[in-house]
Design a protein around this ligand. Structure first.
Ligand code: BES
Ligand code: MN
Ligand code: ZN
Length: 487
């Protein structure tokens, strides 16, 4: 799908389908000379947020999508108006995805979104279309029909805002397509080597970006004993994938994003129950989201320096697999007693987070489908946010609000740290019992991130919908954060 910014008069727009709010429909219909047809439809349908009425016209445009309705509550507060616009955008996007036309135009100026400006309205509408038109079909013999629509225009008098929003929306759409595709790939295809190849493809032919891949030998030289402990049971070699994008000035400290890339998590010797184990192909969604962030940043040529790292490995049982009670030495020098081989995400992440120090980062954010406990705490609506720095936490959280990709801050109090005390090593890789599982996992990571502003996103509940597919989250929030970091 190509997005475009358009200007001029809606009534004479060169498009197959016009998308307008209900309040603007009568005026537009009059200007187009189709007041009677539209009047009848308006009379026959109820207008409320999330409703869409379709009008068929002779000539071009041949379709009019009338979205939402009069607000019953005239002085609705700002949040309610933003929420109404989101609902309208989602409904319009679903209708647009099902259209039998090649080109459509959304008249954003006519929509009242309260405090949401043209830039925000455009981004929100296009994000909804991106979501509604995504399909993953490489393994289907009978391909489900792709959207007929090829081009989507945003019509507005605010030329600068729309152009910028369209560019950003296009870049995010590309990043999301990559992130979702990687997540949805089956684990017999999407292994660490596959991820490394995809990362290399991302920077091929790009002047200001490069990909480096550390193999197991290199990681062993670096002393990444925790990372390597996860990969002993599998025949598939692990990779630490690093994409370096230099869109900023040479002296600007980079933002570093680190993603958990377990391409399949059986649990290892602490093997998981069989029900739902298939979902563990999505245990690399953190890695997918950071590679998607690199794709989006490169595509938008954001003026920042960005490093993304994907810690990619497969967690399998086997004759050489790590055992519960094994003790390993991390790259930081701290020793870890592996009390549960199914708490593998933190083991690959801790060494990646230590490695991140060499980039002298402005901030480090790790993203991981880390714990089932996060799903219990927050379900799918919010990712869990942890941070050792309030301004980083606030920036991420408000980026998530703006992008409609929310996160909720959780505590990292010292009180929880003692759950990681080990009788034999510096710390163990799980807490005592099941209490506060997402928090104790974050506490584990916090032991390796003391030297820079750091945040951790536990996305176990938000990254995918079981049996359906990847959501691409939290890439919308990350991209918003990166846009903010650039200005
Ligand atoms: N990948 C899982 C977490 C997960 C669970 C993600 C459900 C998505 C849905 C992670 O590696 C894991 O197994 N965590 C354990 C930690 C426990 C052993 C302390 C868990 O959550 O049970
Ligand atoms: Mn696990
Ligand atoms: Zn896992």
């Amino acid at each position: 799908m190509r997005y475009a910014s358009r200007t001029g008069n809606a009534a004479s727009a060169a498009t197959d389908c016009l998308v307008v709010p209900r309040a603007a429909a009568p005026g537009l219909a009059a200007a187009m000379g189709v007041a009677d047809e539209v009047g009848l439809v308006l009379e026959g349908t109820r207008g409320k947020a999330g409703a869409v009425a379709k009008v068929f016209l002779k000539g071009r445009p041949s379709r009019l999508l009338i979205v939402g309705g009069e607000r019953t509550d005239a002085d609705a507060d700002a949040d309610a108006k933003l929420a109404d616009f989101r609902r309208d955008a989602k409904a319009a996007a679903t209708a647009i995805a099902a259209l039998d036309v090649a080109d459509a135009t959304i008249c954003v100026d006519d929509f009242d979104a309260g405090s949401g400006n043209t830039y925000w309205k455009t981004r929100t509408a296009l994000a909804a279309v991106s979501h509604a038109t995504y399909r993953f079909t490489p393994y289907k013999s009978d391909k489900p029909k792709a959207a007929e629509l090829r081009r989507l225009g945003v019509l507005s008098r605010q030329r600068t805002q729309t152009r910028r929003a369209v560019d950003h929306a296009q870049a995010l759409d590309e990043g999301l397509a990559l992130a979702k595709d990687l997540g949805n790939q089956p684990p017999n295809v999407c292994n660490p080597t596959f991820l490394a190849r995809e990362a290399r493809r991302l920077t091929r032919g790009v002047d200001n970006a490069t990909t480096t891949v550390l193999d197991e030998r290199k990681m062993s030289e670096l002393g990444m004993g925790a990372f390597l402990a996860v990969t002993h049971g599998t025949a598939t070699p692990a990779k630490m994938i690093i994409v370096n994008y230099r869109g900023g000035s040479p002296g600007d400290q980079p933002v570093v994003l680190v993603g958990k890339g377990i391409t399949f998590d059986t649990g290892g010797i602490n093997i998981k129950a069989s029900a739902g184990m298939d979902e563990m192909k999505w245990d690399m969604c953190g890695a997918a989201s950071v590679l998607g962030a690199a794709k989006a940043a490169i595509s938008a040529q954001l003026p920042i320096n960005l490093i993304v790292m994907a810690a990619a490995a497969e967690n399998m049982p086997g004759g050489r697999a790590s055992r519960p009670s094994d003790i390993v030495t991390t790259m930081s020098g701290q020793t870890v007693e592996i009390m549960n081989t199914d708490a593998e995400g933190r083991l690959v992440l801790c060494d990646a987070l230590t490695y991140a120090l060499r980039f002298k980062p402005a901030a480090v954010v790790d993203i991981a489908t880390l714990t089932g406990a996060q799903v219990v705490a927050l379900g799918s609506h919010a990712s869990a946010l942890y941070a050792n720095d309030d301004s980083l936490a606030d920036a991420l959280s408000s980026a998530g609000d703006t992008a409609g990709d929310r996160m909720w801050r959780m505590p990292l109090w010292d009180d929880y740290q003692s759950a990681l005390d080990s009788a034999f090593a510096d710390l163990k890789n799980v807490g005592s019992g099941r209490a506060a599982g997402s928090i104790t996992a974050a506490c584990f990571l916090s032991r390796f991130t003391k030297d820079y502003p750091w945040a951790h996103l536990d996305i176990a509940g938000s990254a995918y919908v079981g049996g359906k597919g990847s959501t691409g989250r939290p890439l919308p929030a990350l991209f918003e954060y990166l846009i903010g970091a650039a200005s």
